[in-house]
Design a protein around this ligand. Structure first.
Ligand code: CTP
Length: 396
């Protein structure tokens, strides 16, 4: 999923070639909510109707409407998560640099508190002019983000530098720039989720009711925060479709052990939210077991404790575990925290009706390795994931 998904983007169009229409389409495709404002002259190049059809919002270019009302530039500026001025002509550039404020685009730019990107578009000699270069420098110095012009055929027919960056390049530029500002950018987060299945024979297994929801929400939230995420999942119907998450599907505790150890060395954060089966049948029957006898006994052997084994080899990784308890909750969770060498543990109590398997909600207490405790209200698993990652962020 693009980092632009669900973001409010204000596109300000000045008098340059029609390509702004493709930019609106690309931003919408990335999942953004796009509003467009224009300079009055921009209408000679692209019609407001085209841009409003693509953006599904009215397009404005005048301070004053025809019903005695006015287009509030401050409202536009406050609405936007990001503003982008594209194409940004030499004239608009120069006015932005000197603070002139005689049209809706310029007034909105001056009111913007969000990050502002600008993509110059002009003829090659104008782009090379020392005044233009000074203006660009001034805008960058003022904290705006330059999306440099590209080389190619220009509206004048000349060929050279000055052509607005291709819409898809602008979108990639913005995505990478926004990602680099996210708090988990550059970090690798490994999350385990779901149950494990331990085969009895080719058609039966020992498992548990874990849906994987909690781990999937943690993985998605870490991805939204800019991390490179690997999700090691036992059998689960949950999906992380649309997120740039590497998903490794496993079945048994031993598969999960292998996958987690493979991912561990270069991980920065590891969250073990899987409900790992503690025991597995000593032997897996190669054929379906027939019901010949009245009684049947399956001999079980212990599975490896994945989290404990990671705690034993951990160097700089922040290691987070879960504890699902029915009684004496805090005490058992604290024992696990110490025994598995964790940085913190997320405690769920089966006593809380909002917690547990197959639910959309959860109620957690986080116990830190210094044994301090933070209890959270019951909330959706998506919001619980936010709380857990907030603690991770504080600790990083
Ligand atoms: N865990 C693990 N490997 C196991 C069992 C558990 O990595 N074989 C992890 C879980 O993913 C969780 C933490 O250890 O993060 C605690 O799991 P839990 O089932 O609450 O505790 P156990 O250590 O299995 O102890 P018990 O079942 O006796 O409560």
């Amino acid at each position: 999923m693009s980092v632009l998904h669900s973001k409010k983007i204000l596109l300000a169009v000045s008098a340059g070639i029609y390509i702004a229409a493709f930019l609106v389409r690309g931003l919408i495709k990335a999942g953004a909510d796009v509003k467009v404002i224009m300079t009055p002259d921009a209408q000679h190049f692209v019609t407001p109707l085209t841009l409003s059809t693509l953006s599904k919002h009215p397009v404005e270019w005048e301070f004053f409407g025809d019903k005695g009302d006015w287009n509030n530039h401050v409202e536009y500026a406050l609405w936007a998560d990001y503003m982008i001025i594209a194409p940004c002509t030499a004239n608009t550039l120069s006015h932005m640099a000197d603070g002139t404020c005689d049209n809706l685009v310029l007034a909105t730019y001056l009111s913007a508190k969000c990050p502002v990107y600008f993509a110059p578009a002009m003829d090659l000699d104008m782009y090379q002019h020392p005044t233009t270069k000074e203006n660009i420098q001034q805008l960058v110095q003022n904290g705006n983000i330059l999306i440099p012009a590209e080389s190619g055929e220009l509206a004048s027919g000349l060929v050279g530098e000055g052509r607005m960056a291709e819409p898809e390049h602008i979108i990639t530029f913005m995505e990478q720039h926004i990602a680099s500002t996210l708090p988990l950018y550059g970090k690798k987060v490994v999350v385990s989720a779901g149950p494990t299945y331990e085969n009895i024979d080719p058609v039966r297994f020992i498992g548990n009711y874990s849906s994987g929801k909690m781990g999937f929400e943690i993985a998605k939230e870490a991805s939204r925060l800019g991390a490179k995420v690997t999700l090691v999942s036992g059998p689960s119907h949950e999906s992380c479709h649309g997120y740039p998450i590497e998903r490794i599907n496993v079945i048994s505790a031993r598969d999960m052990y292998e996958a987690m150890h493979q991912q561990f060395t270069d991980a920065d954060v590891v969250v073990m939210s899987a409900a790992v089966a503690d025991y597995r049948p000593k032997e897996m029957a190669t054929q379906k077991i027939k019901k010949n006898d009245e009684d049947m006994t399956i001999e079980l052997v212990k599975n490896p404790d994945i989290l404990k084994s990671l705690g034993e080899i951990k160097t700089n990784q922040l290691l987070v575990g879960f504890a699902l308890e029915t009684n004496n909750e805090e005490e058992f969770a604290k024992q696990k925290l110490a025994k598995k060498n964790l940085d913190f543990i997320v405690l769920n109590s089966m006593q809380d009706k909002e917690a547990g398997f197959q639910k959309n909600t959860n109620k957690i207490t986080i116990i830190d390795k210094d044994l301090s405790l933070e209890t959270f209200d019951a909330k959706s698993k998506a919001d619980v994931a936010k709380d857990i990652l907030n603690v991770v962020l504080k600790k990083l």
